[in-house]
Each structure stands twice: as C-alpha cells, then as structure tokens.
Ligand binder design. Structure first.
Ligand code: HEC
Ligand code: HEC
Ligand code: HEC
Ligand code: HEC
Ligand code: HEC
Length: 238
C-alpha cells in the first residue's frame, strides 16, 4: 500500500518537474513576437521556427541578446502597461539586448559561431564595401536573418549585378583582386568559345532549311557547269 503511494507520488513529482522545465524553456521573445502583425509579413518568428538555427539551438538571444526567460503569460490578455513592462524586461540593455545588429555589429554577432566565414568575408571586396557603407551586401542580404538559406547563385546576385557570367565559379564570400582577374580570364575564355563555335562549318544542323536549299542549289549549278565543260571538251575531240 505505502509502496504504491510512494510510486505515485514520485511519478507525479517527475511529471510536475518536467512540465515546469518545459514551461521555463518557453521563449518570451518568440511568444510575444509571434503576436506582432507587421512581423508576420517579414517572416521573423515563422522563418526562425523552420530554420537550421532553431534546430541547432540558436535562439533570438544568441543574436539579439536580452532575457528570454521572463514569464510573459498570455500576451493577448496583457494590459498596455503590463505589455510595456514585460517588453522592457525582456529587451533590456542591462541583459545584453543589442536590438537589430547593424554594420560591424552584425559581423560580431555571427562571428560568435562562424568566425571562419566572417574572416573570409570581412576583407573581401564586397565585405569592405559593406563596412564602408558603399552598398556591399550584409551577411543577411544573402542568407536572410531568420531562415538562414544558402543563396541561389547567380540569381541572388542579380539585384545588384547586371553581368553575372562566371559567378557560379567563384567564391562569393571571398571576392578579391585575384577573383576579379580570374573572372575576366573566364569571361574572355567564354567569349572566345562562343566566337569559335560560330566559325565552325556547322553543316547541316546549324543551318536553316533556306540556307541548305541555297547551298544545294549552288552545288547543282557548279556541277552543271563542270558537266557542261566536260561535254564541250568531249565534243571538241570528236
Ligand atoms: C542568427 C541571428 C538571429 C537570430 C537567431 C534571430 N535574429 Fe532577429 N535579426 C537578426 C539580424 C541580423 C537582423 C537584421 C536584419 C537585417 O537588417 O537584414 C534581425 C532583425 C530582427 C527584427 C527587426 C525586424 C526585421 O525583420 O528586420 C526583429 C523584430 C527580430 N530580428 C526579432 C527576432 C526574434 C523574435 C527572434 C527569435 C524568434 C530572432 N530575431 C532571431 C539576427 C537574428
Ligand atoms: C511583451 C512583448 C515583447 C517581448 C517579450 C519581446 N519583444 Fe521585442 N519587440 C516588441 C515590440 C512590440 C517591438 C516593436 C516596437 C518597438 O521597436 O518598440 C519589438 C522590437 C524588437 C526588435 C527590433 C527593434 C529594436 O528595438 O531593436 C528586436 C530585435 C526585438 N524586439 C527582439 C526581441 C528579443 C530578442 C526578445 C527576447 C529576449 C524580445 N524582443 C522580447 C515586443 C516584445
Ligand atoms: C550561437 C551560434 C550561432 C550564431 C550566433 C549564428 N549561427 Fe549560423 N549556424 C549555427 C549553427 C550551429 C548552424 C548549423 C550547423 C552548421 O551548418 O554550421 C548554423 C548554420 C548557419 C548557416 C547555414 C549553413 C548551411 O550549411 O546551410 C548559415 C548561412 C548561417 N548559420 C549564417 C549565420 C549568420 C549570417 C549569422 C549572423 C547573423 C549566424 N549564422 C549566427 C550557429 C550560429
Ligand atoms: C554575396 C553573398 C554572400 C554574403 C554577403 C555572405 N555569404 Fe555566406 N555564403 C554565400 C554562399 C553562396 C555560400 C555557399 C557557397 C560557399 O560556401 O561558398 C555561403 C556559405 C556560408 C556558410 C556555410 C559554411 C561555409 O563557409 O561555406 C556560412 C556559415 C556563411 N555563409 C555565413 C556568412 C556570414 C556570417 C556572412 C557575413 C560575414 C556571410 N556568410 C556573407 C553567400 C554569401
Ligand atoms: C546588395 C548588393 C550586392 C549583392 C546582392 C551582391 N553584390 Fe557583388 N558587389 C556589390 C558591390 C557594392 C560591389 C563593389 C563594387 C566596387 O567596389 O567596385 C560588388 C563587387 C563584386 C565583385 C567584384 C567586382 C565585379 O563587379 O566583378 C564580384 C565578383 C561580385 N560582387 C560578386 C557577387 C556575387 C557572386 C554575388 C551573389 C552571390 C553578389 N556579388 C551579390 C554589391 C552586391
């Protein structure tokens, strides 16, 4: 009898502790931000939920700082004042909240886990153009902030570059002087191949039916003239 009671009490305690643990793990940023209408369109929380980052435990706080462990309760039922105070608690500078990382700050954020990628990019032509505010793409221009995709090359480059020939054969995260040289070599080679392709006697697939007819007609005329000359020569001998 006592044995059974102890078992039940233990079981209930374990369930209770698990539930408390799950509850403590609730992400306050996610809970509140999922209710902000204009962020639905920007796909902030929804994209993060589907991301490789989420799967690997990279949370809002990993990039923005702040405190995700406060209890927000039911956001829709909060008074304006409660909402503001919960928001201030979570997005607190004292708890390391940095807001939206801008300029060099973004490199510092990503660098916490991707220092190799940041090193590769920060000294590249585009990385410098980004840091100097000269229109170079940020990490998230190519990867997006919340879904973290590997961008499609060269499609994703087209919004800033007109000629993307050869872009699929370079490292977009480390474009340097050598890349530019390599790229112009590649482009000259491609252009030469194109011209050569046109000079080759591409008979008959590459010719239109009109051209084939024209060539055939020419050939018949030539044969006719040769036959006529032979005929004249034979006639003269007689
Ligand atoms: C991998 C880092 C990273 C994670 C994880 C992350 N963010 Fe962001 N977030 C950014 C960056 C970088 C920007 C700035 C985007 C830009 O300027 O291109 C941003 C922008 C934002 C913005 C501004 C609106 C916008 O779309 O630009 C909000 C709000 C935001 N994040 C909330 C969140 C919330 C909530 C979470 C968790 C569910 C989260 N972020 C997770 C990096 C991250
Ligand atoms: C109780 C609601 C609430 C909570 C909790 C909350 N936020 Fe926010 N957050 C907002 C609202 C509303 C805005 C947009 C209005 C504004 O900028 O003041 C915002 C704006 C932001 C922005 C973009 C603007 C800025 O100030 O930089 C980021 C980034 C952000 N939140 C991240 C977070 C992170 C990370 C957490 C968790 C640590 C969090 N938020 C928790 C309500 C909340
Ligand atoms: C707290 C650590 C952390 C931070 C901060 C972080 N990441 Fe990640 N990131 C990861 C992990 C873990 C993975 C998944 C495993 C992997 O592929 O390396 C990942 C994956 C990625 C991938 C996908 C790689 C692939 O193979 O598909 C990209 C792109 C990426 N992160 C970009 C960023 C950018 C941009 C930032 C800064 C805005 C950032 N990350 C910030 C940890 C982090
Ligand atoms: C011009 C677009 C572009 C920019 C800007 C860019 N990346 Fe990438 N990134 C790519 C492409 C394309 C790949 C996949 C091919 C490759 O690895 O070269 C990639 C790959 C990655 C990967 C996967 C692992 C790896 O190294 O191959 C990570 C992580 C990453 N980038 C993070 C970042 C971070 C952090 C920044 C900013 C410091 C950044 N990227 C800037 C286009 C970009
Ligand atoms: C947000 C705009 C933007 C995006 C997106 C972008 N670039 Fe760039 N790119 C620049 C700027 C700005 C420069 C620097 C121009 C300069 O300083 O001469 C540059 C320079 C380059 C250069 C060297 C000069 C040249 O034009 O040949 C290459 C190569 C290059 N980018 C490749 C890429 C590739 C590959 C992608 C896609 C994965 C890409 N870029 C996406 C803005 C962008």
């Amino acid at each position: 009898m006592w044995n059974k009671t102890i078992k039940y009490v233990t079981l209930i305690t374990v369930i209770f502790l698990c539930a408390a643990k799950v509850n403590a793990k609730q992400n306050a940023c996610l809970t509140c931000h999922s209710t902000i209408p204009q962020e639905k369109a920007e796909c902030v929380t929804e994209c993060w939920l589907r991301s490789l980052h989420k799967q690997n435990g990279v949370t809002c706080v990993s990039c923005h700082g702040g405190d995700a462990d406060i209890d927000v309760g039911n956001v829709k039922q909060l008074s304006q004042q409660e909402f503001a105070s919960k928001k201030a608690l979570a997005m607190s500078r004292a708890k390391g909240f940095i807001g939206v990382p801008k300029g060099k700050e973004m490199f510092d954020v990503c660098s916490k886990c991707h220092s190799d990628s940041v090193n590769r990019y920060e000294n590249s032509i585009m990385g410098v153009a980004y840091l100097d505010n000269k229109g170079g793409p940020s990490c998230t221009d190519c990867h997006s902030a919340h879904y973290v995709i590997i961008p499609d090359v060269p499609k994703s480059c087209e919004k800033c570059h007109k000629d993307t020939t050869g872009f699929d054969q370079i490292d977009p995260m480390n474009v340097n002087d050598a890349t530019v040289t390599e790229l112009s070599r590649l482009r000259i080679k491609l252009a030469e191949e194109k011209v050569k392709g046109k000079e080759l006697p591409l008979f008959p697939e590459e010719l239109g039916s009109f051209q084939i007819g024209f060539v055939a007609f020419g050939a018949i005329i030539v044969l006719f003239i040769i036959a006529y000359i032979i005929y004249i020569l034979i006639e003269k001998r007689r």
